[in-house]
Ligand binder design. Structure first.
Ligand SMILES: [Zn+2]
Length: 627
């Protein structure tokens, strides 16, 4: 077979696997295959076939649904912009869909398909939340096509995985392929309630829209979710966005795989024309993904706060995207088994966008890894988790778990200045062996700890005291129960606003909360019985106040635009949510439209310099919450 034929066959095969939720290779590897084919046969029909089409009833797109050309170097983006102001948005990583509205009412949804014909997705959209009727002035009563990406948030993915296990379906392993997988399911369509539609494109023949900005304004007026976006004019502004994007890759709510740039002026954008496959007025930016081969020298076993055993491979040091990589995580026991990983085996790792290196695949096996039977911290016997994915230490007195629980407590309740080494010392000296001990600490007890000193000791005590007012949802998250993150805790606290309310709840009751599965419900009740109840009573006796949810909702920030930067005590997302709940807007870069820059140490960041030059008020985190 010729090299071209071979590549075409491979690409079609992997495309098919991807679109049926069974991807075998990473996106980076897939991109490399396409790149390779592009080099030897730029006109191959396989390259113009955007999605994988099935033999189902197809619907023609009124406007071709082209894919975007991509660049991997920021300088290439700048030369492509050619001085034109652009709208830049995060490129959502899900499945593209196009929604057709007739007379302002939702009629059908279709996939991208081959760009000319899409598959009918309407029955899946019965379960996805999106505006089914267009209310705002420009679109009301019109025939419109709205395009976007069907995505799943990281939080919803966890809930979905739980739900699928409880329905005895195979637990999804990767957030990357699950959306395409769900949109091809013939049964259990209701699982699509976990999906979101994020809109970014709009077509309407009898409406004159002049800019990309206007498009987003209209979509937002109709209450569509939209990807994070901002407008840029030059290289400096693009670099600011790039920096912001890099920070958000691992922590954002949704998976993204780059940036989309579109020339803001739609006439100029159209005038640039189209190639056979791509519009020339739009461009994607993706980080170069590098791949390297190395050998696993050792596998380090550790235990986390929930008792889950974690595995990290120590590698023969290897250069990857300009850095030396020495470790990669191997996730869990099942992962090691599934991928035939062992010490001495040869593997491929990848790294893209300067983020954490990841294991890709095993190239040369080296026998079967013997999974540990004893906990590396307490020596207790390990058991498989209910899902079969993890090995667990079930000893509730396990030191690593206890330390992990305290560390999580400190993190979630926002107590500052107690880092891992201080915590280790506090634990070893038996000053803090449970979260409750934190509230009995005295300055003089800890001032003598290695180099801490009176000043730092007093600061720690002050921080502990100011953290004594906890919301009930924070208390739940701080317990460190497996799977109980902030999002889930908020859902629970909405229905059970206090400890007393929650005490009477059964697994069945908890499962009735949309998105909470059997396993999580069981973990929560188990955790409450084993340590939550006692901890709760002890906390009250130490003067900690735990109150029901009083999320301030209103419009105090209406028409105000915020930019958040620098070191903060809360997560960026938490602060952004607070602003949005109060009617404000959060953007990534400072411009003349910015009302406030939220920044605790104004002199240090480039954003604060820019804010000063534009006369924009700089406020601290504390000041924000007092507005
Ligand atoms: Zn243990």
């Amino acid at each position: 077979m010729s090299k071209q034929k071979e590549l075409e066959k491979k690409i079609i095969y992997h495309k098919q696997q991807y679109y049926t939720g069974r991807a075998e290779i990473s996106d980076a590897e897939y991109d490399n295959l396409e790149e390779e084919l592009k080099n030897i046969a730029p006109d191959s029909y396989v390259l113009s076939q955007v999605g994988f089409t099935f033999e189902t009833k197809k619907i023609k797109h009124n406007y071709p649904m082209l894919s975007l050309d991509k660049r991997r170097n920021p300088d290439e983006i700048i030369s492509w912009m050619d001085g034109e102001p652009c709208m830049v948005s995060y490129k959502m990583d899900g499945s593209s869909a196009s929604l057709v509205y007739e007379n302002g009412i939702f009629k059908l949804a279709k996939s991208r398909g081959d760009g000319i014909f899409g598959e009918n997705l309407t029955s899946y959209f019965k379960y996805i939340k999106f505006p089914a009727i267009l209310f705002c002035d420009p679109l009301k009563g019109k025939t419109v096509e709205i395009r976007g990406e069907v995505c799943i948030s990281r939080n919803s993915f966890y809930l979905l995985a739980d739900k699928m296990s409880s329905k005895k379906l195979e637990r999804p392993k990767s957030i990357r392929n699950i959306v395409a997988g769900l949109l091809h399911k013939k049964n259990d369509l209701e699982l699509c309630t976990y999906l979101d539609f994020i809109a970014y494109e709009l077509f309407c023949d009898d409406l004159k829209i002049e800019t990309e900005q206007e498009k987003f304004n209209i979509l937002e007026c109709e209450k569509f979710k939209t990807p994070w976006h901002t407008s840029i004019k030059n290289k400096t502004e693009f670099n600011t966005v790039l920096e912001e994007y890099q920070n958000s890759i691992e922590s954002g709510d949704y998976l993204t795989d780059g940036l989309v740039l579109a020339i803001n002026n739609l006439k100029i954008q159209r005038d640039r024309g189209i190639t056979a496959h791509h519009p020339k007025g739009k461009m994607a930016f993706k980080f170069k993904s590098d791949v390297a081969e190395t050998t696993i020298e050792n596998i380090i076993v550790d235990v986390g706060r929930t008792g889950k055993i974690t595995f990290v491979a120590q590698l023969s040091p290897v250069e990857l995207s300009g850095a030396t990589v020495r470790n990669v995580t191997l996730n869990n026991a099942k992962y090691i088994e599934n991928n035939n990983i062992n010490t001495g085996c040869q593997i491929e790792i990848t790294r893209s966008g300067e983020v954490i290196p990841k294991y890709l695949k095993t190239i040369k096996e080296n026998g079967v890894y013997e999974l540990p039977q004893q906990c590396p911290s307490c020596g207790g016997n390990l058991e498989r988790s209910v899902t079969g994915i993890d090995l667990m230490c079930k000893n509730f007195k396990c030191t690593a778990q206890l330390k992990g629980k305290i560390a999580n407590w400190i993190d979630v309740t926002g107590i500052e200045n107690i880092g891992p080494s201080t915590l280790d010392r506090l634990y070893d000296l038996k000053l803090v062996t449970t979260p409750i001990d934190l509230y009995s600490l005295k300055g003089e007890d800890i001032a003598d700890i290695d180099g801490l000193g009176k000043k730092s000791a007093d600061k720690i005590i002050e921080n502990i005291n100011t953290s004594k007012n906890l919301k009930f949802a924070t208390f739940l998250t701080a317990l460190g129960i497996d799977g109980l993150g902030k999002g889930v805790a908020a859902l629970i606290a909405e229905k059970y606003p206090s400890f007393e309310h929650l005490q009477s709840a059964t697994v069945e009751d908890l499962k009735s909360i949309n998105g909470i599965g059997e396993i999580l419900a069981g973990n929560l009740i188990d955790g409450m019985n084993k340590f939550g109840s006692e901890l709760y009573k002890d906390l009250l006796s130490k003067g900690v106040k735990i109150t029901g949810e009083t999320v301030k909702k209103g419009d105090v920030f209406k028409d105000k635009t915020f930019v958040i930067t620098g070191k903060l005590s809360k997560s960026r997302k938490e602060i952004a949510d607070f602003i949005k709940q109060n009617g404000g807007k959060v953007t990534g870069s400072v411009s003349k439209n910015t009302t406030f820059l939220v920044c605790n140490e104004p002199s240090e960041s480039s954003k604060s310099k820019k804010a000063k030059s534009l006369n924009i008020s700089i406020i601290s985190e504390d000041e924000l919450f007092k507005i």
